[in-house]
Design a protein around this ligand. Structure first.
Ligand SMILES: Nc1ncnc2c1ncn2[C@@H]1O[C@H](COP(=O)(O)OP(=O)(O)OP(=O)(O)O)[C@@H](O)[C@H]1O
Ligand SMILES: [Mg+2]
Length: 308
């Protein structure tokens, strides 16, 4: 037997070896109302230390997927496992204790509390770990130490997003679920948001990031999924998805000219038999959304307290 015969072959695009899988979702069916499924046979996974992006048209079920993973939406069938253990249908508190962090798109800080108080709320399940985790946050986002006494509601949208991420990190999650961290921010602030997500990931936290800004998302993520009508329509590395003609025409709109550099990349996984539905580039156009983003449209004090 040759040496190479004993070596594992390359993993298929969009897959991790089972030992490397942190969170795995199999054939998830979930929704808000009995009989109305928003997620339909949705399967994704995130490996240890991986940054996974989820893109797709409005209403595809991206936020619903994150909520289902965080115990906020009823799962009708399918399974969610973390390090091989079944966590399907667990409540948010139990999931936080197991290492799942979640940052919703809105209402994700306590605006009337200071930065430090927000961090204390983040670690309320383990108050004794505050000092250690606050130090970790200071290494990652030094500005939050400088601004520890500032009221979160008086910060800019980008700064509040940082507070929200830091608050979720206080519980030392293994995986962080981020719902549209760059939404509502100016292009410069969006860049910072993507950089922050990368920094968090480089610090050892696996990340599942839902993003409207599809191109930037695919640029920074290790792997991506295109969610459409509640199912994982396409998957592959970020580079593969950026270069896949179907993904470009259906979901990335006019971005074809921007991905010339990746044109030689292999194609992403074939779509599922029942996917994708027709979505016009105009409807999906993340470039339009990005380009039209108003500067830091989240104004201070527009948020309400949120206890998630
Ligand atoms: N609380 C709710 N109760 C009932 N239906 C809901 C609820 N929230 C969302 N939905 C429905 O679920 C579907 C998917 O919504 P979801 O918010 O998950 O989409 P999305 O992919 O995150 O979209 P967007 O890009 O606009 O954020 C939509 O049809 C939406 O109307
Ligand atoms: Mg959403």
């Amino acid at each position: 037997m040759s040496d190479t015969a004993t070596l594992p072959g390359p993993a298929p695009a969009g897959k991790n070896d089972s030992d490397d899988v942190l969170l795995r979702v199999d054939n998830l069916v979930a929704g808000y109302i009995p009989g109305v499924n928003i997620l339909n046979d949705c399967s994704i996974e995130v490996g240890k230390g991986e940054l996974v992006g989820i893109i797709g048209p409005n209403g595809a079920g991206k936020s619903t997927l994150l909520k289902a993973l965080f115990g906020l939406v009823k799962i009708h069938s399918g399974t969610v496992t973390m390090l091989g253990q079944d966590i399907t249908g667990m409540k948010a508190n139990a999931l936080v204790a197991r290492g799942v962090g979640y940052v919703p798109q809105n209402n994700n800080v306590f605006p009337s509390l200071s930065v430090e108080e927000n961090m204390r709320m983040g670690v309320y399940l383990k108050p004794k770990t505050f000092a250690e985790r606050w130090e970790f946050i200071g290494d990652l986002f030094p500005v939050l130490h400088d601004r520890r006494a500032q009221r979160a509601g008086a910060m800019s949208g980008g700064e509040r997003q940082m507070v929200a991420m830091a608050r979720a990190l206080m519980m030392n999650p293994s995986v962080l679920l981020l719902d549209e961290p760059s939404a509502g921010l100016s292009p410069v602030r969006q860049d910072e948001s993507f950089l922050r997500t990368r920094m968090i990931n480089k610090a050892g936290v696996s990340v599942i990031m839902v993003e409207q800004n599809a191109r930037r998302c695919l640029q920074v993520c290790d792997r991506g999924y295109v969610l459409d009508q509640g199912t994982d329509a396409y998957t592959g590395t970020g580079r593969e998805l950026q270069a896949d003609p179907k993904v470009i025409s259906l979901y990335l709109g006019t971005l074809a000219e921007d991905v010339d550099a990746g044109a030689d990349a292999p194609k992403a996984d074939a779509p599922k038999a029942d996917a994708p539905p027709a979505v016009t580039p105009a409807a999906a156009g993340p470039a339009t959304v990005t380009d039209a983003a108003a500067p830091d449209t989240q104004t201070p004090d527009t948020q309400t307290p949120d206890a998630t």
